[in-house]
Ligand binder design. Sequence first.
Ligand code: DAH
Length: 361
Amino acid sequence: MSEIDALKIQLESLQREALAAFAEAEGLNALQALRVHYLGKKGALTEVLKGVGKLPPADRPVIGKFVNQAKQALAVALDAMEVELAVKAKAERIEAERIDVTLPGRNRPKGALHPVQQGLDELTAIFAQMGFDVAEGPEIEDEFHNFDALNIPPEHPARAMHDTFFIKDMKNDEGTEPMLLRTHTSPVQIRAMKRFVAEGGEPPLAVVAPGRVYRCDYDVTHSPMFHQVEVFKVDRDVSLAHLKGVLQHFLSTYFEKDVAIRLRPHYFPFTEPSAEVDIGCVFCAGKGCRICKGSGWIEVLGSGMIHPNVLRSVGIDSNEFSGFAFGLGVERMVMLKQGIPDLRLFFENDVRFLSRMGVAK
Ligand code: DAH
């Protein structure tokens, strides 16, 4: 075979191989690599051209023409393939970014306040509307505000270690008393009255104090952390009738119906006389059911007339002024209003419960 024929055959097979490779190129980058491989300065065709130099001068133009034709054919094929791949890439990009306006909208779950916080706000708002000022106190308290000033003597069972969380290695500013997590919101009575007196205020003074309280206790009806709302009013001639009127209005507003109320004599150190307050069972309307244990009444809060010793401890003259006070458990109020059977549900973060309460979706 003449050299020229051999070169021609080499050229043809190279061209076939190249065209097949172009047709299979997966993308524009791969195609560009093939362009360099076949047509580049150090490419396969250039290699073939080197062989032309060895041919007799007369044959060179002939084979040169073949090489140029091959080059031309490959360049055309490359350009066509490039267009094809570019169109395909664009179509793929458009498909990937396509917005289907017929798809249903995505639901973004909305959060809400925890049912206890909702209850706390609702209860506080009722009293604020009745003219009570909102006050708050510290959750870490000293024994004076949590107990002594409230006429709770040192031997009172509420002061025993098993009820109260004391804070290790922490003392009040004077270094004389241990600090504790407040066991009720009643110390806010003391703090609010003391502040009021210190600012030169003269009763009337009416306060609602919502907040967290702590007791070493955990079962179906007790949680180590829970919420209370404390309410009190001090003025001249405040009587049990005022207490009962405020309770009647408050409880009927909260439960959104005319609830019956009953004051049962009781003992609290910081009130005299003291009473526990029952409402006619909101589940059976007083007929007697499982929830009210057949009595037709449900206990909802503790109350009374502020003990003269308490007024004295904050420098209010108990001969001139008197007051009523009551304190209620927020979880209990929310449970009664919403029919929630177990206090622990509030603190378990179970989405099934929270979504029923409108907190999570
Ligand atoms: N502090 C009481 C408790 O946590 C509740 C209470 C009862 C508050 C009677 C009062 C009251 O203001 O008069 O058990």
